[in-house]
Design a protein around this ligand. Structure first.
Ligand code: SAM
Length: 264
């Protein structure tokens, strides 16, 4: 398990990161172009759709969703009150419902939504299969789920940093979560920011699937384990190390952005 791939650690992380998320993180790592390529898989082409955005954070993906779906029909869910507080400041998201909640235990009825979107949140989920199974449960038959996130790094240093930080799944793990949950018609697209060199490896993915029939997922999971670890010095040190590993990606991204701008 990575240092911040825990619910409580992710909450601590976003307490601080929410302050600069829109200004510093998204322009480098999760651009509007990437978001739009991911959202295209959701086929948000009907204003009657009901959409849930899970791990919605400050609402960057939600802003893309409300371009075609009325905000009253969209629900944002996130476990970080600090991230949702940022979303509350956005005019275009005023009419969107904003719920505190856990991606692995969604507070929505079975067969109650037409689209499930989750972008850039899977990295923090301790049990991604459970979250994807929840995505399946809450969708109506014919509903589509889209999950976007990073891919496992192949460069040894990048791999070490990313693995210390959070979950960077392999492409076949994304696919296995979807097929095991019962999704069909799997589609995918690779996404990357402009500074990324495609020769390195594939940066990130958006994967989509369709729920074929009503009801819960055919995958029956054991009840979730409860994280009752006390807050110890060792745990705080691991959290600090994981955060530093994550922060190291900022100068790396800035360096390659600069090189690209200088035409090197
Ligand atoms: C990188 S941000 C992505 C925000 C947004 N989806 C976007 O596209 O910019 C990751 C978000 O996932 C949330 N998150 C992490 N674990 C979660 C969980 N178990 N349940 C709900 N939200 C979670 C974090 O609080 C954070 O706001």
């Amino acid at each position: 398990m990575r240092f911040i791939q825990h619910k409580e650690e992710a909450r601590w992380f976003y307490r601080v990161v929410s302050k600069g998320y829109d200004r510093w993180i998204n322009p480098l790592f999760w651009t509007a172009r990437m978001r739009d390529d991911a959202l295209a898989l959701a086929k948000l082409d009907d204003p009657r759709l009901e959409v849930v955005d899970v791990g919605a954070g400050t609402g960057f993906a939600t802003e893309g969703i409300v371009r075609t779906v009325p905000p009253e029909r969209v629900t944002m869910l996130d476990q970080s009150p600090h991230q949702l507080a940022r979303a509350r400041r956005k005019r275009s998201l005023e009419a969107v419902d904003k719920l505190l909640g856990d991606a692995e235990a969604l507070p929505f009825a079975t067969d109650s939504r037409d689209r499930y979107v989750s972008t850039g949140s899977v990295e923090y989920w301790p049990d991604p299969q459970r979250a994807v199974t929840e995505a399946y449960r809450v969708l109506r038959p014919g509903g589509r789920a889209v999950l976007a996130g990073p891919l496992r790094r192949t460069h040894p240093l990048a791999r070490r940093l990313s693995d210390a930080w959070m979950l960077f799944p392999a492409e076949d793990e994304y696919e296995a979560w979807f097929t095991h949950a019962g999704f069909e018609g799997i589609e995918r697209v690779h996404v990357a920011p402009p500074w990324w060199d495609e020769r390195w490896d594939a940066y990130g993915i958006a994967i989509a699937g369709v729920k074929p029939r009503a009801g819960e997922s055919p995958l029956q999971l054991a009840p979730p384990s409860i994280d009752e670890r006390p807050v110890t010095a060792g745990r705080l040190a691991r959290f600090a190390a994981g955060s530093l590993a994550g922060a190291a990606f900022i100068p790396i991204a800035l360096w390659f952005t600069l090189r690209r701008k200088l035409g090197r």
